[in-house]
Design a protein around this ligand. Structure first.
Ligand code: EZ4
Ligand code: CO
Length: 402
């Protein structure tokens, strides 16, 4: 079998997605997500101009060799653009291998380790009353784990709080929106939110919170300690993670579990955090981390160090990425939680998929391959529209992580 064509499809059914579709001489096709929020066209060009010509004529069965060819062969290693492009190829090749074998990809990864993939949803609100309504809504839908994001008095717009509760989309403008931030106000407010939510909903629901890289290690340590009475499953991205040793400071002061990794691209970004057991959950996902092949390697390293998966699953990861993530989630021994932000009906129509939600779990389905496709005619109806993530400033104008 040979690869005879590969198409890079950019579509915007409400938000931008970049998808690679690989076509073989026997008519079997595979899809891979290549979406990098706010930098989509860089990956499109990387694939179209520099990767597709290398794929033509290759044997799609040689997944590992193709991965090494694209990674080592570029000479320039790592980085989100490169690793998203490699991920798209890798994901599409696993899809093809599954279809050729007549097996779902999770069976090629060793088979199911659990019956369903536990997911968490995003409850959020400007006010406490709004947050309580939203948490209750997720519990009614069957969720066992809920991420809670709250407005902060005195800060006009906070990360994770949205008007449309089911379809949060932060890339909201053709040029970046500017938001403001006060660590002091945030740290003074957040513990009271979790005190109330825990009090209202009891000990069973797993609660999570995303700090979105906004604190220093000692501030994160203080937050973690102040949240200990409410038994959070994790605080996410407490600090920017380029300095792994900074997490030692957090660890010295709090037993609140730590999750990080949604902006990581390779095992090298995560290796020290995992080896020193400075985190509890690694949140890398398929599209930004070199695909199923590389992420499996990360999860295996994590398993040796008591670190579980907690994969990123925001709306900017397409249903193709979500499908691939679910096949990994259901197969690996050290699965933790899967983030699940629902896509809009327009997006779901462009990407028909077998995976489905039921009673707090996502199920990958048992179709051969990944069980997801792109409807190219539907995709063509939604042309690319530039959209950026916001930027964030302190009240004195200093740029701060968004
Ligand atoms: O802001 O994916 O946990 N989820 C997140 C996301 C990220 C977006 C950025 O594109 O932090 O909402
Ligand atoms: Co996050």
């Amino acid at each position: 079998m040979k690869i005879v064509d590969a198409r890079v499809i950019v579509t915007c059914p409400g938000r931008n997605f970049v998808t690679l579709k690989i076509i073989t001489d026997e008519g079997v096709t595979g899809v891979g997500d290549a979406t990098l929020n706010g930098r989509e066209l860089a990956v499109e060009s990387y694939l179209r101009d520099h990767v597709v010509p290398l794929l033509i004529g290759r044997d799609p069965a040689r997944i590992e060799d193709t991965w090494q060819y694209l990674y080592q062969g570029a000479y320039w290693r790592r980085g989100p653009v490169t690793m998203s492009a490699i991920a798209a190829v890798d994901t599409a090749l696993w899809d093809i291998k599954g279809k050729v074998a007549g097996l779902p990809v999770y069976d090629l990864l060793g088979g199911r380790s659990r019956t369903g993939v536990t997911v968490y949803g995003h409850a959020n609100g400007e006010t406490m009353d709004e947050i309580l309504v939203e948490v209750a809504r997720y519990l009614d839908l069957g969720y066992r784990a809920v991420r809670v994001q709250s407005g902060v008095p005195g800060i006009p717009r906070t990360y994770g709080v949205s008007a449309d509760k089911m379809f949060y989309e932060p890339a909201d403008a053709a040029l970046p929106t500017e938001t403001t931030w006060s660590t002091e106000r945030y740290l003074a407010h957040v513990p009271s939110v979790f005190a109330r939510v825990r009090d209202e909903f009891g000990p069973d629901v797993r609660l999570l919170h995303d700090v979105h890289h906004r604190l220093t290690p000692i501030e994160a340590a203080r937050l973690g300690r102040s949240l200990e009475p409410y038994g959070l499953t994790w605080i996410e991205d407490p600090v920017p993670a380029e300095l792994p040793e900074g997490f030692r400071i957090i660890r010295q002061h709090t037993t609140t579990p730590i999750a990080t990794g949604e902006v990581f691209n390779t095992i090298w970004d995560a290796a020290q955090l995992i080896r020193e057991q400075l985190i509890d959950y690694i949140r890398m996902t398929v599209v930004h981390s070199g695909g199923i092949t590389h992420l499996r390697r990360v999860f295996d390293l994590a398993a040796l160090h008591h670190v579980r998966s907690g994969s990123h699953g925001a709306t900017d990861l397409s249903p193709v990425c979500m499908a691939a993530a679910l096949h990994l989630d259901i197969a690996i021994p050290n699965f933790g939680l899967q983030e699940y932000m629902r896509h809009t009906p327009e997006t779901d129509a462009v990407f028909p998929h077998e995976y489905h939600y039921e009673d707090g779990y996502l199920h990958p389905g048992d179709a051969p391959g990944l069980g997801v496709d792109i409807d190219e005619a539907a995709a063509a109806r939604y042309p690319y529209a530039p959209a950026y993530l916001p930027v964030n400033r302190l009240t004195d104008g200093t740029l701060h992580p968004w």
